[in-house]
Each structure stands twice: as C-alpha cells, then as structure tokens.
Design a binder for this molecule. Sequence first.
Ligand code: SAH
Length: 285
Amino acid sequence: MTSTRKMIRHYGIRPRKRLGQSFLQDKNIVNKIIDTAGIVPGETIVEIGAGLGIMTERLANLGARVIALEIDPSLAAVLKERFENSEKIEIVQTDALKYDFSGIHPEGGREQVKVIGNVPYRISTAILFRLFEFRRNISSLILMFQEEVAQRITAAPGTDAYGIPSVMAAMFARAGIVLTVPASCFYPVPKVTSAVVKIDFLERPAAEIADADLFMRIVRIAFAKRRKTLLNNLRSGALPDLSEADILEVLQSAGIDGRRRAETLSAPEFAALANAILKNRMLER
Ligand code: SAH
C-alpha cells in the first residue's frame, strides 16, 4: 500500500469528489513535477490544495518556504499535525480563489513567489484567471490540470482548443505542457489523464496593450459565441458605446477582417483590436 493510502486510512479521510480530492501517490511523479519548478532554497512557494502534503513535504525538503493553501478543514488539520515542527511550512485553511497573492512578503529580497498545485477541475479556469490577475506578484505557475484544460492554455490559434485562456497565456506568459501524468498516479484514481503546465510570466506583455483590462474584455466578447464572426460578437451589444460604424472603423484600423472568427486571431491581433477600440473611444470624447 502506498503511503498516500496509508495516510488516508490512518486519518480516516473520505476523499471528497466535489473538492477534486485525488491525491498523488507516486513519489517519482511528485519529484518530476517539482523538478520542473527549479526550486531555489529560500524562495517562497504557494501551494494550492495541499491535500495530504505529499508535494508540500518535497518542496520544504528542497529548502523552499511553503505557504500551503487547503480549503478542507479536516485536511488542513492533518497538514498542521504533520508539519507542526517544520518552520518552513505554513498551513492556511482557505479558498485559493479568495487568497490574496499580493500580500505575501517573500524572503531574501525577492519580490515574487512561485505557485504550484494540483488544481481541482471545478476551479481550474477560475484559479487560472485569478492567478493571472496577480501576475506582478508571481514569477511562474506550475499547475497540474486535467489534460484538456492544459491543452486549452497552450493551444495555438486556429485549433479547437484555442480560446480565452490560450490568448491570455500567449499575451502575458510563456506556457507549455511539461509533463503528462497518468491517472494511475493518483488515489482515488480519476477518469482522466492530467498534465502539468509551466507558465512563466513575461515582464512585459507579448504585444503592446494600452489597457490590459480592456484587452481581456475584448477577448471575452470576441469568444462569447464561438461560431459567430468577430463582427457579430462585437456588435452583440456588449460594447454599447460603439456604433456599428465605430466597430467597422476599429476593425479596419486594426487591419482585421470582421468575417473572421475569434479562434483565428493571435494574441497580438487581439491587442491591435483592443488598442483601436481604446483610441476610438478617446476620439469620441
Ligand atoms: N496536492 C495534493 C492534493 C491534490 S487534490 C496532491 O497532489 O496529492 C486537490 C486538493 O485541493 C484537495 O486537497 C482539495 O481539498 C483542495 N481544494 C479544492 N478546492 C480548493 C480551493 N478552492 N482552495 C484550496 N484548496 C482546494
């Protein structure tokens, strides 16, 4: 029996599906995942959903300071007991979606933290968007997702998986799948394969954007109805301050054909579109 299963039995835990509780039981995989993070002693890692602490323990052994977030009070209690004597590990019982990643003060003059986690399916996109909002406080993300979510983050324009997460990742980061993890590495064994994505935030966006929030808003609007053209999505009412004529003008000045679909636009093209919209608005005033 693996130590994961022993722990589950020992602590009388009944894994909760709703919280995506599927624990890694293969230490080789744990080591491989953490190797991709390139841990430097003394750096601060925030771990999302620490579970029984299999990754937490490894991170601390490598000399990292770990802030381990866990939403489930019974697991947080297990973690507190297990790591009671470890100065490097801090357990925070909280919802990672509500955690303030800008409030951490990393040691040794560093300004940014790394975020690691085996992220439950239910919160995968929400946590991704939230972490991107805190990109100034984070150097990189090493996150395990269901494989299809990982593919959506790293997809190229023109592919089925390409969507809002792909554009966001291409704009603000360099992202790639670094490892796929078979279901058998977990207990309970899930139905799907997982994949680890490494996301390194760029110091500057991949293309110039005058307003990052507007950029993200335009991307969302463009993808609102995937099968509609860009023009139709833009004039659907989501941009009430732009007339039909404004929309046509904006598309033209960005050099983008409105008959295209959002899934064919690269991140720099979305940037050109958002910048043109901003410019149009300023002229109107
Ligand atoms: N990292 C551990 C556990 C993975 S299972 C391992 O690899 O073995 C996912 C964990 O995330 C569970 O412990 C679950 O309770 C926790 N979790 C689920 N939703 C969460 C949320 N919103 N915030 C923090 N933790 C969460």
